[in-house]
Design a protein around this ligand. Sequence first.
Ligand code: B3K
Ligand code: ZN
Length: 876
Amino acid sequence: PQTIYLKDYRQPDYWIDETHLTFELFEDHALVHSRLFIRRNGDAGLVPLVLDGQQLELVSVALGDQTLAPTDYQVDEHSLTLHPQAAEFELAITTRIEPQNNTALEGLYKSGGMFCTQCEAEGFRKITYYLDRPDVMSRFTTTILADRGSYPILLSNGNLIASGEHEGGRHWATWEDPFPKPSYLFALVAGDLCLIQDSYTTLSGRTIDLRIYVEPENREQCGHAMDSLKRSMRWDEEVYGREYDLDIFMIVAVNDFNMGAMENKGLNIFNSSCVLAHPDTATDMAFQRVESVVAHEYFHNWSGNRVTCRDWFQLSLKEGFTVFRDAEFSADMNSRTVKRIEDVTFLRANQFAEDAGPMAHPVRPESYMEISNFYTLTIYEKGAEVVRMLHTLLGAEGFRKGTDLYFERHDGQAVTCDDFIAALEDANGVDFTQFKRWYSQAGTPVLEVDGEFNASSSTYRLRCRQSCPPTPGQSEKLPFVIPLRMALLDSEGREMPLKLAGEAHARGNETVLAVTEAEQEFVFEGITEEPLPSLLRGFSAPVKLVYPYTREDRVFLAMHDPDGFNRWEAAQSLAVDVLQGLVEIHQAGRPLLLDQRLLEVWRSVLADAELDQAMVAEILRLPSEAYLIELARVADVDAIHHVREWVRRELANALAEPMWQRFDALGSAAQPWSADAASMARRSLRNTLLGYLMLTGSSAAMSACVRQFVEASNMTDRQAALVALVNSPDEHQKHAALQEFAQRWADYPLVMDQWFNIQASSPLPGGLERVQELMTHPAFNIRNPNKVRSLIGAFANNNLVNFHRKDGAGYRFLADRVIELNLMNPQIASRLVTPLTRWRKFDPARQEMMKVELARILEQDKLSPDVYEVVSKSLA
Ligand code: B3K
Ligand code: ZN
């Protein structure tokens, strides 16, 4: 496959003003008739028209009223080239495709009994020949023809303008989308679906028809998605001044989907896991995911659809911004601090690893082979952090002025990250030239800070030094603009007033310093006692902060920092420090001894009745193995697992009494379920405690757990009990619970995903054999991405001791699955291979075995571009 470069971007030679599509859907094929109204771009002259197309059977082409002969055009694997003479003309093309055989789930495919589409990024070219690039925006009219019995519902973007009966039991519907859009936002659905309907009145008083289409058995599971949609619509009006623009908004849930969901104009298509939620079948986490994904896709209507990307290098323009928007929405709907903790935890364990690995790339990449590989944590999550920093630097009001200008200036256009920044700059009269390095430089910056108190001058000097490790293709980095939110605490934990030397005005008790130099100092005046700095509050920049805190300092901050996020951060970093120390002791073969300071922090948090229960749960959770691996230079997976489990058990044994007290005070899992934040927080804490108590091995804990499994009024509590049972040494209870669960939920694919995931993630010995056996379970199906993720993905990403077992069998297993999926579903295959590409993190013996498997994958003939790019770059 060839590499595509940002620097090669140029405008298309032709525009497509109107696109008229007719789909004739049959069981063994589909015919796609397109009529395109095309116009030459400017005075491009007599240039050939090169349309993108892949895996298409070309049936006919007509230019104007003239049917073309095969000698009039050229077709190859990727394109159709025509030689139009006129500057404006009509082109009619018919292609034949086989949606029923489309296992890649890109383009038009079948999921169960329904037809659906996924066109982003380059799926439209698998439907018909087209200028399949986001800067070609066209008005679409779509007619669908299908058997009425099997496909009573026929949907596409925009408004339904006509429908009717056809001969032979067939029927048709025509949809018209008044908003010009790129082909990646096109969607079509045909199936036997039931409709859940509601309405929403916009701030300006327009009534919007809201529709969720699902398979009939899921009818009862749509209420939460519908509520989330209405809340999102209100929030975008209030926070960004953005109203919905069509009269109808539709969501369709499908079972086979490569990602979470897709923001097609007026017709969002969702992985059913991001729509369906009922307390009997979905956990609180699943509820929150539904809320955030519904919001994310809805918000794309402005950040992505009304203003779209000029080219795919600008992907973060819509994704980073939209993730930031959905994160703020979730923060407003739930606990802001807890949401931030969850996002930061995720970013540090996963995006940091990507930024340190072979696929590291800037938020705006400069090249790619396969764009599907660039829907990454860097584009999405780091991209959102970059937008968050802009928000921090401008303040909420300045940021809003900037986004207002952005939407006004670029409505209906396909633009770049530079255009976004320019709007923020122009609206605020600021210069973000240096800030833009966040878009062009990859890697996670390291921010080293230390402080020096001078009693005689009553000053405190904060010294900052930033650097960024090299990444593929970028050996030297220039300094970033790093917003450092901070405060100085006195010996009681109170924030001291901040006044910087050389500044006329005081800055209050908390401030944001802009670190812009490689080395830079900030001098605070009027500081009369040695302060303890509280740094990078709220994770104000996606960097690794290094400050020479002692363990006492961390204990103090964990107990006293007035900033909730940094309290959590202090407890986490204390735990990281303790765990890293113990790993070294374990490697040296010396006996482990728990630092009592960790125990005391845990004890005091456990006893803190003031603190939000969800926060207590977050603090009591130890840093994940994945995060500890990311932090290590050479990761000793076995030692990390052993030590972390040992600490968990020590904490559980030492704190069993207060844990029981708190656990009992939180009520029972049998009490009626409720969706409010306080109830969710209660379940979260209760289940965190149950997990600890089960580690004591006491019969009281076992019977509490079994009781909870049986009596739980909801899936959150039932699943937490199942996890604890599966990870317990009691084979009998474990098997009984697993069997009971599988029987009861056999007809609920999303619940069975959880059942697979829990077993695949269990670190007990024999994990690989268990996963191999589960692949033969009737509920498993390698063609369904959710199943692949919940069994194979969970094993390779969550079950680190088993995946990295010493004989390399885990690696071989994963490589075999990647090879199996390579042609069946290239996008899923290339995502699945990620853990192997991180081989540089491990010891020489493991590195060797991982590389052998990567090389074996590379030797396959017919490697998809997706897998080829990731594997070859990881070996380079
Ligand atoms: N924009 C889609 C992503 C589609 C990716 C296809 N490879 C989902 C989202 O970010 O909202
Ligand atoms: Zn998105």
